[in-house]
Design a protein around this ligand. Structure first.
Ligand code: ATP
Length: 235
């Protein structure tokens, strides 16, 4: 469903991604892992139309979306949960969620989708009238994921959902992502938390210094000595 071919993205004269090619099949949960500064956020933002590619292509459901306007990525069915969540702290949780369903089709099904989000994250239901800024980090992450789901996307992009969360909350978050995928939504996740990513993803790409240096089924990568040593701290 998503095919990224030879993507190059630069900030001014400084390239952040070189020749990146990845694929996500319908219904898959794919993860791109890599250290700080590898280009994960640049990749996910480019796939959501927030950065522009200088070379290469992004094909979504057979359509070349590389150069379409940023707001059309959402219309095409791609929703992003950005790094640091980017909620409107002074608005209520409900208002934040409703912002995700501004397109007519999603708006028409707002009530049903909200119910699905509340079933997925029962803690969010309790907080609907509260200002989003008053929630804990984990709850805010749930709202950010919920807001993306409110758009009823075909592909969900997640930028480091575990960032800044306590380990027990991280487990819950990954469990929710697994359930979202099991319900049929295709997911592309970028993560520094390699061990968790390997647990939930079917296929994994390793991004280092803007290049994909390894890819394969998560089980295979977990067995590779270089991955075990560099990313999992295991011998
Ligand atoms: P992190 O986990 O720290 O967010 P990352 O893997 O997401 O890292 P990016 O944020 O995509 O990496 O950064 C990739 C490279 O691009 C880095 O060298 C970074 O300094 C650079 N970069 C990112 N954003 C900008 C920007 N707005 N302007 C200039 N350079 C940038």
């Amino acid at each position: 469903m998503l095919e990224v071919n030879n993507l190059k993205v630069a900030y001014g004269a400084a390239p952040a991604l070189w020749d990146v090619s990845i694929k996500v099949q319908t219904g898959e949960l794919v993860c791109v892992v890599g250290p700080n500064g590898a280009g994960k956020t640049t990749l996910i933002n480019t796939l959501a139309g927030l950065n522009r590619a200088s070379q290469g292509s992004i094909v979504f459901h057979g359509n070349d979306v590389t150069r379409i306007a940023p707001h059309k990525f959402c219309q095409a069915g791609i929703a992003i949960v950005p790094e640091s969540r980017r909620l409107f702290a002074g608005m209520t949780v409900l208002e934040n969620l409703e912002l995700g369903s501004y397109l007519p089709e999603a708006k028409a099904r707002r009530k049903d989708t909200l119910e699905q989000v509340c079933e997925l994250f029962p803690a969010v239901r309790q907080k609907l009238p509260m200002p989003a800024g008053s929630l804990s980090g984990g709850q805010q992450q749930m709202v950010a994921i919920g807001r993306a789901l409110m758009a009823r996307p075909k592909l969900l992009l997640l930028d480091e959902p575990s960032l800044g969360l306590a380990p027990s909350i991280v487990m819950d978050m990954f469990d929710a992502i697994r359930r979202i995928n099991a319900d049929g939504l295709s997911v592309l996740l970028v993560e520094q938390n390699v061990s968790m990513a390997m647990e939930i993803a079917k296929r994994v790409y390793v991004l280092e210094e803007g290049r994909i240096v390894m890819e394969g089924p998560a089980d295979d990568l977990m067995r590779r000595p270089e991955i075990r040593k560099a990313y999992l701290g295991l011998d």
